[in-house]
Design a protein around this ligand. Sequence first.
Ligand SMILES: NC(=O)c1ccc[n+]([C@@H]2O[C@H](COP(=O)([O-])OP(=O)(O)OC[C@H]3O[C@@H](n4cnc5c(N)ncnc54)[C@H](OP(=O)(O)O)[C@@H]3O)[C@@H](O)[C@H]2O)c1
Length: 437
Amino acid sequence: MAEALRVGIAGLGTVGASVARVLRDKTAELTRQCGRDIVVTAISARDPKRDRGIDLSAAKWFDDPVKLAEKADIDVFVELIGGDEGPARLSVKAALEAGRHVVTANKALLAKHGVALAEIAEKKGVLLNYEAAVAGGIPVIKTMREAMAGNAVTRVFGILNGTCNYILTRMEAEGISFDACLKDAQRLGYAEADPTFDIEGHDTAHKLSILTSLAFGTRIAANDIYMEGISNITQADIRAAGDLGYRIKLLGVAQRTESGIEQRVHPTMVPTASVIAQVHGVINAVAIETDILGELLLSGPGAGGNATASAVIGDIADIAKSRPGFQHAPVFGWPAKELKPYKKAQMRSHAGGYFIRLTVHDRTGVFAAIAKRMADNDISLESIVQQAAGAETQAQKTVILVTHETTEAAVRRAVEGITKDGHLTDKPQVIRIERAE
Ligand SMILES: NC(=O)c1ccc[n+]([C@@H]2O[C@H](COP(=O)([O-])OP(=O)(O)OC[C@H]3O[C@@H](n4cnc5c(N)ncnc54)[C@H](OP(=O)(O)O)[C@@H]3O)[C@@H](O)[C@H]2O)c1
């Protein structure tokens, strides 16, 4: 049997401790599958005294993860610390430069430094595996990197943040407000004490930026993503979406267009009958649309210790099975040096259907004025419906418009015009509609 694969784990929190536990519990299966043992020989975390719920006394402790990466007797460095700078970045860089394979679950690090790190990995002829960084346990990286040769991706989109999907699912199922759902999600541990990173779309954007690079062979551009979160989604939007045959999801979408690549994260209406609309709660999903395959949808657990550990261990096992001298697949599907600069499509040129909800004064001429602003901007309407805005607001009406395909620029102009006309009593709500099978 080949020599054991020696693994160093830096970070023994939710994911790191699960990885160590599963490696211990599945020793026999992994040895049989990989043809060699996988042994944790070195570990690092902040607090050496903390009980991790697993006996790691056989592994050498390092206070400094960078030292572990550089000096420990390991073949693979597993980074499960988190953060886009500091010890995570320094230790991954040090491990790659020392010619060690790296496995990480760190989307923030890859979104910011992924291409630079891939260049080092490819120069050194080692693997940089990161399956757990996007959609947790769902094997989307491998699918895109290895199973789709010859396919030209036209669009990749997904539910990439379990916290947001959990909140939107409960808002719809129970008719409760965003704030009440968020509080409950925090109580149950599905949302952080500071939830901004999740609910305003940053986490989805990090993951999307990695998928964009894999889909289109471009350099990662995480700072160039159009982003809107879910905090202004109301029960009125959810109910109106349902009446119209849609469900609201926070999607990350990357799409090739004539003017470049669109990368956008925003609340989106998807047809209730589509497969992605059936993805509920903390579950994640990624849809990949290609010229040959059509639309493929992968769905499953996007976070949590065990689900994330499953992806990390899959990455470690791939390294255990790889043979010295064998050419590895490039980190982002294309050699890092050949990744093209990202050509951004302006959001104003985004084409699609739109849902617009307006709360207006209940007086004559308003409906006609709205219809005129739409016509002036060449926006053709699929439907326009006027409803009472609620018993407590008899002087107001709600107008709900659904457009045929138009552009973001036209919708923004029309809504600005309607706002200037002075008919609105509340901020207008605009939600993009996404085509989905
Ligand atoms: N949690 C998930 O469901 C999930 C899903 C997908 C991806 N990820 C990614 O996985 C990574 C780890 O997440 P997590 O949830 O496991 O985080 P976590 O529970 O906060 O664990 C972080 C670990 O890093 C250690 N650490 C922090 N600073 C350190 C330093 N300077 N030197 C050495 N160790 C240090 C901590 O040590 P102490 O324990 O001693 O404090 C802790 O063990 C992140 O990149 C995250 O984005 C997480």
